[in-house]
Design a protein around this ligand. Structure first.
Ligand code: DC
Length: 208
């Protein structure tokens, strides 16, 4: 059983994926962490993020056990990930790990940008989680404020728009709504309500 969750930055897809995995007793993979770790390793090795050779080498040598680093969760790591994620050979190098993970019994939830379209086109359930850029920026802004970091709302919104443009505008596996995916717009939904809606979608899909 494979549940594919795609969507833009700060859409709440990661939180949703974790909650769904808990609920159904499935494994959960945040695939953004793989790209974040590749970008971290490229920078750590002293190369530019645009250096395809260094990024591919980092992707091929990635140890998925090294995804727990708290720094990987930050905004800068996300922006850096979005740069290495444009390189087709980096994406190819990360594919087998994601596909093997997806086959873990009794089931897996994977979240990212291209899960429904490229990684698991045969997923049993495909959900594209979104929210307006303004709502996503407000949520991110609130997280930053809670952590005591002083970033202007406008800067957060600009970052989100730039990341959307990069992730959906790239040639290789761009972020997009798969033909057979369900769209879940969380602009006006609490986390709880988004979770309930997703569980409803999944149950309907499975019973068919
Ligand atoms: O989901 P996230 O914000 O952690 O992802 C960080 C970046 O990694 C995202 O901007 C683009 C890239 N990414 C990707 O290209 N494909 C995925 N399946 C997951 C993430």
């Amino acid at each position: 059983m494979i549940i594919a969750i795609d969507g833009p930055a700060a859409s709440g897809k990661g939180t949703l994926a974790k909650r769904l995995a808990n609920h159904f007793g499935f494994h959960c993979l945040d695939t953004g962490l793989l790209y974040r770790a590749v970008a971290r390793d490229v920078a750590r090795n002293g190369f530019r993020l645009e250096d395809a050779w260094a990024a591919v080498a980092a992707a091929r040598n990635l140890d998925p056990r090294e995804l727990e680093d708290a720094d990987l969760r930050g905004n800068a790591a996300g922006d850096a990930a979005s740069i290495v994620a444009r390189i087709p050979e980096v994406r190819a190098a990360l594919l087998a790990y994601q596909r093997n993970f997806a086959r873990r019994p009794p089931g897996a939830v994977l979240d990212g940008r291209d899960i429904a379209t490229v990684v698991c086109p045969d997923a049993n359930v495909k959900i594209f989680v979104t929210a307006s850029p303004e709502v996503r920026a407000s949520r991110r802004f609130a997280e930053f404020e809670a952590r005591g970091s002083a970033v202007a709302y406008e800067t957060v919104l600009e970052d989100i728009l730039a990341r959307d443009a990069r992730d959906s505008g790239r040639a290789s596996a761009p972020m997009m709504l798969a033909e057979d995916a369900e769209l879940l717009d969380t602009s006006n939904l609490s986390i709880e309500a988004a979770f309930d809606a997703a569980v409803g979608l999944i149950k309907r899909k499975i019973s068919h």
